[in-house]
Design a protein. Sequence first.
Length: 330
Amino acid sequence: MTDLIDGYDAIFFDLDGVLYLGPQAVEGAVEGVARLHRAGVATVYVTNNAARSTAVVAHHLSDLGFGADKSEVVSSAQAASGLLRRELEPGSKVLVAGTDNLVEQVRLAGMEVVTTFTEAPVAVIQGYDPAMTWPRLDQAAIAIQRGARWFATNTDSTRPTEHGLVPGAGAAVQAVRNTVDHDPEVIGKPFRPLMDEALRRSGAQRPLFVGDRIDTDIMGAHAVGIDSFLVFTGAHGVRDLCLAPADGRPTAIGWNVLSLFEPARTATVDAGGATCGAIRVRVDEGEAALEGDVTTREAQLDAAWALAQLVWNGSVSTAEPVLAQLDQLP
């Protein structure tokens, strides 16, 4: 049997929750990326986080053992720069509610950066900034209320860290949204601008996106029509997989990056349930039940994939009995 990776010429990676959690590499990620490099498969690091420059991201990855170059990193701040250049007149005033990196990218787009609504910005752009303050959000909110066009680098509600989930850029975006009557134009996943930028820069013909979030990574891959691979080392788990909308269902799943070097899981669905590997999920009057030993990680993944097929095709009305048994998977 061929490995899943054999069908692709490039791997697009989300970062937080896939390759690292804060200062720590995710289990299997360094080894997995090294194997991709040895196999000649291109790697592209695609991040919604606009807080850091591509050079800083590449340095962080290299410190963790990934050996990344800044040319392999594509960020929402870069994509924002390109979008502003296309959408606004040169020299337009833009209020930036983000880090110095986002400020620099806005300037590279040929815009004038301002900090208050009294300077009459024509646009506001928000990005993740751990040093964000309420007064800065006030300025953004008032500028938007006075007619400034509103952009957001991303709307991730949370960020995975080595300690647990913490608020993401979406939390600050939602704070501003509470004061205005419309949503921002979003650049990062799951929207197209960042993904289009990654495709353009990589030149990949058959890329696979590897991510840990349904609502950004997997839906972002769907938005540009490429395959996706959900790993369970970050934000989302089996419940999220089963509840995924049609445009948020991954092509395949695995525990971590090393799972790319395994055959893709396949589930056989019949009138009484679904079978994946040695695991069967039986359906009795709409209720899912497990058959088989799910004490190993691989068996848990098989069960998750079989259950997902049944939920997605409407065969299961009650998945909770199986989900309760799979709680050991995130």
